[in-house]
Design a protein around this ligand. Sequence first.
Ligand code: COA
Length: 197
Amino acid sequence: MEVDWGKIMKPYPKRNITLPNGEEMIVYSQGKDEIEKVADVLLPNVKYHADLFDLVNAEIITELYLWRENREIWGCPAASHFNLVGKVGDEIVGVSNGVLRDPKVGCSLHTTTLKRGLQIGAYLWPCKLEHYFDVLGIERLEASAESAIGGRKLFATYGFTVMPFPEYRSHFGTQLQVMTKEQWNRIKAGKLAGERI
Ligand SMILES: CC(C)(COP(=O)(O)OP(=O)(O)OC[C@H]1O[C@@H](n2cnc3c(N)ncnc32)[C@H](O)[C@@H]1OP(=O)(O)O)[C@@H](O)C(=O)NCCC(=O)NCCS
């Protein structure tokens, strides 16, 4: 099926979230012109092994560069890639990216924070779900936790369904988990923080 991604991909409607320290985080979808800037900010965490920051940040940087070069990302079209960036003032404090397998099936990539202890990742994750389900209009999201902290903070509390067969693996080689639009509609009121601006 030939897909015109230009018609499907839309920018994330900006959201303003007040962090626990009182700072305001603006969440928006970055443009391709910001790829190098975002990659530079993530680069130091490629050397931070705790909680697999190194693996996850290395993968995000790779995905940003694959996007730049219009090359497939884990078998998904580069044109379906997006990255939501959280900024406090001019400082990038977290990112959350994804791709689509086809117009109705999302393939979640990564979420990471650049400042710990402020729930930045926990706030960005439902923004990504909102983007997938409510802005891009998918029906099903495939995802998998790459780290124990990600599994605890982002999956267990969201009612993702672990596929019953352990051989169902995501492209990351970890157990595939799925969320449907119906599940998202049930939980989103309690998960999305802040307001659209
Ligand atoms: C998973 C992740 C996005 C969650 O981000 P977050 O919501 O902003 O949360 P933090 O990273 O600040 O983690 C806070 C928790 O880590 C612990 N922690 C470890 N080091 C910490 C530090 N320096 N300061 C504060 N908390 C710290 C605390 O126990 C805290 O627990 P709590 O949130 O239950 O109170 C983030 O931990 C991350 O980027 N991890 C590496 C990449 C990753 O695993 N991504 C997800 C893959 S599925």
